[in-house]
Design a protein around this ligand. Structure first.
Ligand SMILES: NC(=O)c1ccc[n+]([C@@H]2O[C@H](COP(=O)([O-])OP(=O)(O)OC[C@H]3O[C@@H](n4cnc5c(N)ncnc54)[C@H](O)[C@@H]3O)[C@@H](O)[C@H]2O)c1
Length: 318
């Protein structure tokens, strides 16, 4: 079974590839190694796989349809895990165009090629940000999601709509997974878990937006990759499924967990809440439990301990 993983050099992609290689899948990885954050981190993420005969890397931009088509022509791909995207809510307010191009056009290119090459299952990353200012918690896949708060969230909604359209038109099997704040070893360096650990460790200021009562449903990376691989194996017709921890954590408590693990006090600078920020993310995971046998196993205290241990071994940069 040959799996194309787009965005495979990124945080979630590289963890997914590691698990798939352990399960003896053949992996084709497509990533353009862009500089949204330091590309050296992405190259580092790929290093453990480079000697594996079951792994092949293409440095290709998913917006370049011609080069992407060559990958499909060269490789007999069975299924796709599409994770490549411009991620992040706040930067999408600064550069909405690159978000629209990557997340909408890139996804469209992959859907077209999936139909042409008779792909058996298309699993793709959506996001909790799609729920915007949803008043009802926990967030359910049955909730109407028409109130996004950022261009990023709108592009993720667009990719869900495109996938549904390709399913309706051509019967392409698609599963969209709405991830809720994913963290763990080799976390994305632009996200709060990494930024807080790094700054508290070095005694630098951390920026706290709002009064600290906002909540995030932090989900440990190994739980997320279990959910992705389950969706890959199930070949569902068309489903949108939340992958979260189902336990929202207050920002103030999250900071205190890191302080305890590092045995250092945070130097907190307060800022008002920012445009695009959601007050809470909270996943209803009953659908994921039922359809994917998804059962998050890692608490925030255990998960942050693993992340801090990884940080202390790998990433102490003054
Ligand atoms: N990390 C989270 O908490 C989270 C939450 C919700 C959704 N997601 C989604 O999950 C997916 C993976 O996120 P991540 O946290 O691993 O992010 P990441 O930035 O670490 O990984 C994305 C990868 O995609 C690649 N990429 C971006 N644009 C590309 C293009 N045009 N062509 C080829 N490759 C390209 C990047 O180089 C990167 O390696 C994304 O779709 C993201 O929107 C992530």
């Amino acid at each position: 079974m040959k799996i194309l993983v787009t965005g495979g050099a990124g945080f979630i992609g590289s963890h997914t590839i590691r698990k798939l290689l352990d399960k003896k899948y053949n992996i084709i990885c497509v990533d353009n190694l862009n500089n949204f954050y330091n590309p050296k981190i992405k190259i580092n993420n790929l290093k453990p796989f480079l000697d594996n005969k079951k792994f092949k890397f293409y440095k290709v931009n998913i917006c370049n349809n011609k080069k992407l088509a060559n990958v499909f022509a060269n490789e007999k791909i069975d299924k796709i895990i599409h994770l490549a995207a411009r991620a992040g809510v706040r930067p999408s307010l600064e550069k909405p165009e690159i978000y629209a191009k990557t997340n909408i056009l890139g996804t469209l290119n992959l859907l077209e090629l999936s139909v042409k090459h008779k792909i058996k299952n298309f699993v793709f990353a959506s996001s909790s940000s799609i729920y915007g200012n949803n008043n009802k918690v926990p967030f359910s896949e049955n909730d109407i999601v028409d109130d996004q708060l950022s261009p990023y969230a709108a592009t993720k909604k667009a990719s869900e709509l495109l996938a549904k359209t390709y399913h309706n038109l051509y019967g392409l099997k698609c599963t969209g997974l709405r991830f809720f704040t994913v963290y763990g070893p080799s976390s994305r360096p632009d996200m709060a878990p990494y930024l807080f650990v790094d700054s508290i460790y070095h005694g630098r200021e951390i920026k706290k937006f709002g009064d600290g009562t906002s909540k995030r449903d932090y989900t440990f990376i190994d739980d997320i990759t279990d959910g992705i691989i389950s969706a890959l194996d199930k070949n569902l017709d068309f489903e949108i499924i939340n992958l979260g921890n189902n336990k929202p954590i207050k920002l103030n408590y999250f900071i205190s967990v890191i302080e305890k693990l590092l045995d250092k006090k945070a130097n907190i600078k307060k800022f008002p809440s920012q445009m695009g920020d959601m007050k809470i993310t909270y996943a209803d995971i009953s659908k994921a439990k039922k359809i994917l046998n998804f059962q998050p196993k890692v608490s925030i205290e255990q998960g942050m301990q693993k992340m801090v241990e990884w940080y202390l071994e790998n990433r102490i940069t003054a």
